[in-house]
Design a protein around this ligand. Structure first.
Ligand code: ADP
Ligand code: MG
Ligand code: MG
Length: 255
């Protein structure tokens, strides 16, 4: 079992106006095998949390700690975080012109393991994962995310998850823009990874819909860069009925 521990995390983002505080003291402990949902209104800092864990240079940690099995994550480069077993599925996956899906996955796998995967088992792994995700085999030869629909981009994120086998996956609004069929396919992929490897999941979402397919063990509500409420799956059900209104400060600026 591995543990990802976030303690009193404060994060600022660099803007033209200077450093703006976004996260104001986040505490979260996750173990492999657990699924934690991070929910909250737009602009509350959910993606900032995801990027900070992954090591995006735009986000400056101004206080607090993140540790992975006791190791200081904030001292690790982005590569080292990935090799330790952290994976981020981005809210807005980026296009990588000139790099095919198959080369991208193989390069990532080789970088993670420190050696190239054996061709036969690797090809089989990728094929099986693509077929599970109902991806046309032709996708393997397309450039990463170039001309992909929203749903195809999200499936490609889950394809990475299935073949790279991280310990913890941060899924940032992987549900957004998916129709119900694609949502089921993507959720099945996450559930397969949970079963196969005991993956820990940090499921970031604005909506409760995906939580019907990927049941969270814990739900944390983030508003204005702080966790304002925590509970089990029943909290998600409650949010589905009530929305975020009761957490919002009426004097706060509207996004
Ligand atoms: P969420 O994912 O919950 O919608 P974000 O973490 O994306 O929220 O954003 C939280 C706040 O931080 C917003 O006010 C957003 O405008 C600001 N912010 C986040 N990233 C940046 C950035 N790279 N540059 C400027 N402002 C940012
Ligand atoms: Mg947002
Ligand atoms: Mg976001």
């Amino acid at each position: 079992m591995s543990v990802l521990e976030i303690r009193d995390l404060h994060v600022s983002v660099e803007t033209e106006a200077g450093a703006t505080p976004i996260l104001n003291g986040i505490d979260l402990t996750m173990k492999t095998g657990e699924t934690h949902a991070i929910m909250g209104p737009n602009g509350s800092g959910k993606s900032t949390l995801a990027y900070t864990i992954a090591g995006h240079p735009k986000y400056t940690v101004t206080g607090g700690t993140i540790t992975f099995d006791g190791e200081d994550v904030l001292e690790m480069s982005v590569d080292e975080r990935a090799r330790a077993g952290l994976f981020l599925a981005m809210q807005y996956p980026v296009e990588i012109p000139g790099v095919t899906v198959t080369n991208f996955l193989r390069t990532a796998k080789t970088a993670l393991d420190g050696e190239a995967p054996s061709i036969r088992s690797w090809t089989k792994d990728v094929k099986t994962a693509m077929s599970n995700l109902r991806m046309d085999p032709k996708f393997a030869q397309r450039n990463v995310n170039e001309g992909f629909s929203g749903g195809e981009k999200k499936r490609h994120e889950i394809l990475q998850l299935e073949v790279l086998k991280p310990k913890f996956a941060i899924l940032d609004e992987t549900d957004s823009g998916l129709d119900v069929d694609a949502l089921k396919i993507v959720s099945e992929g996450v559930n397969r990874a949970k079963e196969a490897t005991g993956l820990g999941v940090l499921l970031i979402t604005h909506y409760t819909r995906i939580l019907r397919y990927i049941r969270p063990d814990y739900v944390h509500v983030v508003v204005a860069g702080k966790i304002v409420e925590e509970g089990g799956p029943e909290l998600a059900d409650r949010l589905e009925e009530e929305g975020y209104d009761r957490f919002l400060d009426p004097s706060a600026p509207i996004e």
